[in-house]
Design a protein around this ligand. Structure first.
Ligand code: ATP
Ligand code: MG
Length: 588
């Protein structure tokens, strides 16, 4: 049935919503696809439902192609399984926790590894039952700290999540590869530019893990790539340990450097008062900066952490978070300094850092700090720094940490050239979980020899509502949305204009003929709306092909318009159906 605009539950808006920054988000709201209820919580309106169904359809088809079976778990879940895996606590403030009338703890599922593992445990018992892949397309809940871009980062959103169950590593690899291939097909069909990057799998405790990122300047994820095909999320970049160098520096010496609490002030003071004797000037890269943060563990324990890195780099919050997860990183505050009197704020050096030194604070170094290299760093007294402090000769750390910012032009960990940086939006994530969840939940089956073995799992997600958001951001111009054909809310938008009832009768005929051919039609049959408003709405809504019936009908012509190119041409009214079919199904 054609969507008739005379009755369609839709009012387009002239004004941008106040809370929207991204163009696609603004247009999805203005064109009546979605409607905000609260931060990160959206209602899907009829046009939005059409697009959503298309995206879900593509995903469903490709999952079914690899033999995955569709199920649907509840979103409202009991606490116990999440206690068994530790996630009730570890998930942190993103988890929506609630209680029922009997005071039992419940949660709104942010992801469903536990539930799937339990269902398989209770249903299957033998290796003969495996391999198995199950999927669902279902609402997820996460109390995101910063909901953003409308449906791009919601607190309620739809995810396709699937889980694979295998008897051994080789099986898992096969299931993983099948999912990877399916994802490639899904993202090709959804039609946005994407990259597959190595991901950090720390938090979930698995091994191989890759993300599918939509390449987008609006992305919150930064990824790196080199010319050889290496691509990784910055969180997953492993900077190689700088090899030991021969010590060339003389003995370390402490100097007065008053009023130099920042790297900038320190570097200019060094060049003014303590010039190098090799003729080179001091730069920030010669300094060793020691950053102190506080980790908050899920059990409430607060643990300070010191990170030593070259002064021309910063700690990258996302890289750090990925390394310390499930602990959260919070600021090291004045009261924390007060509790650690050995720390001279602005002048902190390795002298007091480390489990065995005065502060007792665990001290981890960036891998670029080579053993044998010499540094200018804090002397642990106000207004004083130490010059030529050599790693391995004058100080030690408790280990290394991959948490410094990655920069454009850094050497690639692949060994091939340098890195370039770009931004992306995570669209999908595939993950070899291994046995962590199965172990915690007792998911075992009998193997060929009658021995109980733990099942090995994979976990795979696609952001379904996020995909609609990304496609919208990718396909806009100044006047509206421009949907790619495969996911447009309709194949053609038929606009009947004017007051002459004959125009509407003619339009009805064309609509019927197209529908008989299986074409989905959005039909602007509104009688009391001006042509100008109808044209504006058709541009805003963004169906790729627009057919306009109006004044030209007297001369036997209608206008066919391509929304993307803006190209319009007149066609004989008798050819309208054939011409629309040719646009909608060019290959047929
Ligand atoms: P992000 O890093 O963007 O927060 P994530 O790593 O937490 O995502 P996963 O747990 O891997 O996400 O979830 C699988 C997929 O679900 C993601 O690849 C993404 O497409 C989608 N997704 C995750 N969080 C949200 C959200 N808040 N709103 C919409 N989609 C989301
Ligand atoms: Mg992820």
């Amino acid at each position: 049935m054609a969507l008739r605009m005379s009755t369609l539950f839709l009012r387009t808006l002239r004004e941008d919503p106040a809370d929207a920054e991204l163009p696609g988000h603004k247009l999805l709201v203005r064109a009546g696809y979605v409607r905000r209820v609260a931060p990160g919580i959206y209602t899907w309106l009829p046009l939005g439902m059409k697009v959503l169904a298309k995206v879900e359809g593509i995903i469903r088809e490709e999952m079914t192609q690899i033999g995955a079976q569709e199920v649907r778990f509840p979103a409202l879940l009991p606490r116990e399984p999440y206690d068994l895996t530790g996630r009730w606590d570890e998930y942190g403030p993103n988890l929506f926790r609630l209680q029922d009338r009997k005071d039992s703890d419940l949660l709104l599922g942010p992801t469903h590894e536990e539930m799937f593992a339990l269902a398989v445990r209770d249903t299957y018992s033998s290796y003969k039952d495996l391999p198995l892949s199950l999927f669902q397309i279902q609402n997820k809940y996460r109390d995101e700290a910063r909901p953003r871009g409308g449906i791009l980062r919601g607190r309620e959103f739809i995810m396709k999540d699937s889980y694979s169950f295998d008897i051994d590593e080789a099986g898992l690899q096969k299931s993983y590869d099948a999912h990877r291939d399916a994802y490639v097909k899904i993202f090709e069909r959804l039609g946005f530019e994407y990259v597959i990057v190595q991901a950090d799998s720390g938090a979930m405790g698995g091994s191989a893990s890759e993300e599918f990122l939509a390449v987008s300047p609006h992305g919150e994820d930064t990824f790196v790539r080199d010319e050889s095909g290496y691509a990784a999320n910055v969180e997953a970049v492993v900077v190689p340990q700088a090899p030991e160098v021969e010590v060339t520096a003389g003995p370390a010496h402490v100097e007065d450097t008053p009023d130099t609490p920042t790297i900038e002030t320190l570097v200019s003071a060094l060049n003014a008062k303590h010039p190098r004797d090799d003729g080179r000037v001091w730069t920030a890269a010669d300094t060793l900066k020691n950053v102190i943060v506080m980790l908050e563990h899920p059990d409430g324990l607060r643990e300070p952490l010191a990170i030593g890195l070259p002064g021309d780099r910063d700690v990258d919050p996302k890289r750090l978070e990925a390394k310390v997860n499930p602990a959260e990183v919070v600021a090291f505050e004045e009261k924390d300094f007060a509790a650690h009197p050995s720390l001279a704020k602005g002048y902190i050096g390795p002298g007091v850092l480390g489990a065995d030194n005065a502060s007792g604070i665990r001290y981890l170094l960036d891998p670029s700090i080579a053993r044998g290299s010499a540094w200018v760093t804090g002397a642990d007294e106000h207004g004083r720094h130490v010059i030529d402090l050599v790693h391995g000769r004058d100080f030690e750390a408790d280990g290394t940490i991959q948490a410094a910012t990655i920069r454009e032009g850094d050497l690639s960990p692949s060994g091939n050239g340098t890195l370039s940086l770009a931004r992306g939006i995570e669209m999908g994530h595939i993950f070899q979980l291994g046995t962590k969840y199965a172990e915690a939940l007792g998911l075992k089956v009998l193997d060929e020899n009658g021995k109980l073995v733990t099942v090995t799992m994979g976990s795979y997600g696609v952001g379904v509502t996020r995909a609609v958001g990304v496609i919208a951001e990718d396909n806009v111009d100044d006047i509206g949305l421009i949907w790619p054909r495969e996911i447009a809310p309709a194949d053609v938008h038929i606009v009947a204009t004017g007051k002459d009832e004959a125009v509407f009768l003619q339009a009805d005929e064309i609509v019927n003929a197209l529908e008989a051919q299986g074409i989905e039609v959005l039909y602007d049959d509104r009688r009391k709306v001006s042509p100008g408003v109808k044209f504006k709405d058709s541009e805003l809504i963004g169906v790729p092909t627009i057919l306009v019936l109006g004044r030209g009908l007297a001369d036997g012509v209608v206008e066919l318009k391509d929304r993307r190119s803006g190209v319009r041409r007149e066609v004989a009214v008798g050819d309208a159906v054939v011409e629309v079919l040719a646009e909608v199904r060019p290959s047929a």
